[in-house]
Design a protein around this ligand. Structure first.
Ligand code: CDP
Length: 789
């Protein structure tokens, strides 16, 4: 969609409407969880384990309890009395709220201190004395899966190893045959390390159990408030917390990126403490707790193989993966897919056969496997296929762009059924890559590279032509803990023509208050300024599964369009009544119905809204509102082609991103300015893991990057000048033709950067470098090849 259908005063789709939420954020007037202050509020702080695996032999709370203002020290035994010391994870595994027997990772919650002030709670936490008996530690998932490895989950009586699950997809026999028939094969071990979302706001909550009304209200940093309400009711129903007596409010959120989907023990302990005391209890993590104990992302050990012909035609893909889940599988994947949507790994290429296997492993690390700005393992899938495509192109001596052009799924093949069972909705991959190449002057850059190589300079060009898969449901395949993955919108038009629209999703900075209002403006012609958007309060918003994996536009955005269309249908009946015309004789243009051929005989949506409450046809229900629970018929498949140009410093091994051209396609765009912002932020979140970010542990399970002193996030200084452009291939099944976009750049960028670095070093024999590509790693390669300065 290029030209907006609505005028700028209405501000429907395609207008770069300034963000309605920004005035409060820019003035520091947002309401985050830590801004909630209630009378008589108590504070919780958590005592954490210094050991990665150890039996708890004693907890002495006496010194802590002696501190004035410390009211209680809560231990696993206290929670066990209510059977609340364990809780289910979103992947139907079990996770300790507080341990009774042993700890399983460094920084695990061991006890909680309740006090009248936050700093007193922290002093109390320091004063709790815990005796541990260290146990053998397993950090490497490959070692954890060996037959003689000590079994970590001794709480599960039948568990005899550290293997969580085996999952495979695709046609193994056909894939093996294709590999036997192949003229060329390439194989590589690719590790995507453990990283952390590191959102600006850490996690926390204020839990308030009103004993008189029997109602629990929890303000919490959650991306999925309704699902959390249901989980709370299921887990704590036996202690009297019924779902109609639980209200979850997710206020302004300072970045979620998947890290605010899981239920963390701190939430549960705060709720338990409030229920027991009848007072509000606040728990807010500090930065180090957040990075050390909250859910991680990635940690995939992949062995990938590609098969093809000497002319460059790809035939088959085979990937085996070990997924390190820490001590419990607390990923937030759809139930049917323990490895998320990893089987999108055939990417943008027309492959006839593919087979993937993933094995989950327990280790002594924090739990997780969350979808960090990623549709459930799509980043891992894109990294694998885009690295392998580059490897194959280099191996057969074909230009990486030409190789991709040869193997892309062609526009006429859509809807395209992939070898791993997905039905891609629409795409034009060659157009996006061509645009990126033209914008950048690709052919000229290749010539420059040849010249530079002659002079001994290290310059590389890397491409990533990724395909995404976002917008879970459809509910027939997608659920989390049995809750089907639809999403919802409810729109009410007030008598004066203004509107309130509520959604089952929850923005964490993406700008939903603006873009959802634009959807209502597009469909009803009500100016965007006249539409208030609300999300995140389970007492008022319709039930939805929340915001993660770029699902908001494909699901709740679609629900908004459908609900608005229901309203328009009713508005047409009212207009016909007011104009004394037959419905079939009316035409719609944004904001009004008019009689065909007589544009002056018209009723605006505002006239109609007033009539809906003051002068509606007899026999028709008064009011103008509608709700939609939208179950998408398919996912949406946004895509893009990114080209990265790097120069490598031979003295230090530092990689400098000189140019980065990102051409994205998310179908029809609601707000071009917001989409560009999503891409800019996403690219920087792709640069981080590519060059800087990694969480590692030593053999004793000590975290090596447990603070921002050594977990390196890119700042504005490291961030290059992102160059962006777009193509537009609408989704044929989404009511607005839109696809999700929030995560595309994070998913697509790392492979482009690695491919550029390997391209710069290929002539030295370098075939692959695991991310993050740090200067010491590159410098060592240069030194080994005798090219350091
Ligand atoms: O679920 P999440 O909001 O993170 O991702 P999304 O649905 O991809 O949307 C991210 C932001 O981009 C939202 O404000 C969307 O409304 C906006 N967007 C857009 O303007 N046009 C699109 N085709 C897709 C998203």
């Amino acid at each position: 969609m290029t030209t907006p259908k609505t005028p700028a005063e209405i501000g429907g789709m395609g207008h770069s409407v300034k963000r309605k939420e920004d005035p409060r954020f820019l003035r520091g007037q947002g309401t985050y969880v830590d801004d909630i202050v209630l009378p008589d509020m108590l504070y919780l702080d958590i005592v954490r384990s210094p050991y990665a695996h150890a039996a708890i032999t004693n907890i002495d709370t006496s010194k802590a309890l002696a501190i004035p203002g410390v009211l209680a020290v809560i231990t696993g035994k206290d929670l066990a009395a209510y059977n609340l010391h364990w809780m289910p994870t979103l992947m139907s595994d079990t996770q300790m709220v507080l341990p009774v027997e042993k700890v399983m990772y460094q920084a695990q919650e061991v006890a909680a201190v309740l006090a009248t002030e936050r700093y007193i709670a922290a002093d109390g936490a320091d004063a709790v004395e815990i005796d541990y008996d260290p146990l053998p530690v397993l950090i490497d998932p490959k070692k954890a899966l060996l037959p003689d490895a000590p079994v970590l989950r001794t709480d599960k009586p039948d568990k005899k190893d550290n293997h969580i699950w085996h999952w495979e997809w695709g046609d193994r026999a056909a894939t093996d045959q294709a590999f036997r028939d192949a003229e060329v094969t390439v194989k590589e071990d690719i590790y995507i390390p453990r990283i952390h979302v590191s959102s600006i706001e850490t996690c926390g909550c204020v839990a308030h159990f009103d004993k008189v009304r029997g109602k629990l209200t929890v303000w919490m940093t959650t991306q999925a408030p309704h699902a959390i309400r249901t989980v709370f009711a299921l887990v704590a129903g036996h202690v009297g917390l019924a779902e109609h007596k639980i209200q979850i409010i997710s206020p302004d959120i300072g970045g979620g990126f998947g890290g605010k989907v899981p239920v963390y023990p701190g939430y549960v302990i705060a709720v338990a403490a409030s229920v027991l005391t009848g007072k509000p209890v606040k728990w807010i993590e500090d930065r180090m707790e957040n990075i050390q104990a909250d859910s991680f992302a990635r940690d995939y050990h992949m062995t990938a193989e590609l098969a093809g012909k000497k002319d460059g035609r790809l035939t088959a893909l085979r990937i085996k993966t070990i997924a390190d889940h820490g001590y419990t599988d607390a990923a937030a994947n759809p139930s049917k897919f323990p490895a998320g949507l990893f089987h999108i790994c055939t990417g943008s290429y027309d492959l006839k056969a593919a087979h993937v296997e993933v094995d989950g492993a327990y280790t002594n690390k924090p739990p997780g496997g969350i979808a960090y700005r990623c549709s459930f393992r799509v980043t891992e899938a894109v990294h694998a296929i885009e690295r392998m495509a580059d490897l194959m192109a280099h191996e057969i001596g074909m230009d990486a762009a030409e190789f991709r052009m040869k193997n892309f799924i062609k526009p006429e093949q859509f809807p395209y059924k992939s070898a791993l069972g997905w039905e891609y909705d629409s795409g034009d991959y060659a157009a996006a890559l061509r645009k990126a190449m033209d914008n950048l002057g690709y052919e000229e850059l290749r010539k420059e590279q040849v010249e530079k190589r002659k002079r001994g300079e290290l310059m590389g060009i890397g491409i990533s032509s990724f395909t995404e898969i976002v917008g879970a449901g459809p509910s027939k395949h997608f659920d989390i803990l049995g809750l089907k993955m639809f999403d919802s919108a409810e729109i009410r038009i007030h008598p004066t023509g203004k509107a309130i629209a509520r959604f089952g999703t929850k923005s964490q900075g993406q700008g939903h208050e603006t873009t959802y209002a634009q959807i209502v403006a597009e469909e009803l012609g009500i100016p965007v300024d006249d539409v208030a958007v609300e999300e995140g309060d389970t007492d008022t918003a319709p039930y939805g599964l929340g915001t993660y994996a770029s699902r908001s536009t494909p699901t709740a955005g679609a629900a908004g369009a459908i609900a608005a269309r229901k309203i328009r249908d009713k508005a047409k009946k009212i207009a016909a009544y007011l104009l004394e015309a037959h419905e079939d004789d009316l035409e719609w243009e944004p904001g009004k119905f008019f009689v065909k051929g007589s544009p002056d005989r018209a009723k605006t949506i505002q006239d109609i809204a007033l009539a809906a409450y003051t002068n509606h046809p007899q026999g028709m229900e008064a009011g103008l509102e509608a709700v939609s629970y939208y179950d998408p018929p398919n996912l949406t498949y946004p895509f893009g082609s990114y080209i990265c140009v790097v120069d490598i410093d031979k003295g230090t091994g530092e990689v400098k991103v000189r140019r980065f051209m990102a051409v994205d396609d998310c179908g029809n765009i609601i707000n071009p300015m917001i989409v560009e912002g999503q891409i800019h932020g996403g690219l920087t979140m792709g640069l981080g893991p590519a060059l800087y970010e990694e969480i590692q542990y030593d053999d004793s399970g000590n975290i090596l990057q447990g603070s921002f002193m050594n977990y390196l996030l890119p700042t504005a200084v490291e961030t290059p000048n992102w160059e962006t452009d777009k193509t537009c291939t609408p989704s044929p099944h989404h009511p607005l033709g839109a696809k999700g976009v929030g995560e595309s750049a994070t998913v697509g960028a790392p492979a482009a950067i690695v491919n550029a670095v390997v391209d710069a070093l290929w002539h030295l024999g370098v075939r692959h470098i695991d991310i993050p590509i740090t200067p010491p790693k590159v410098w060592k390669l240069l030194r080994d090849n005798g090219v350091t300065e």
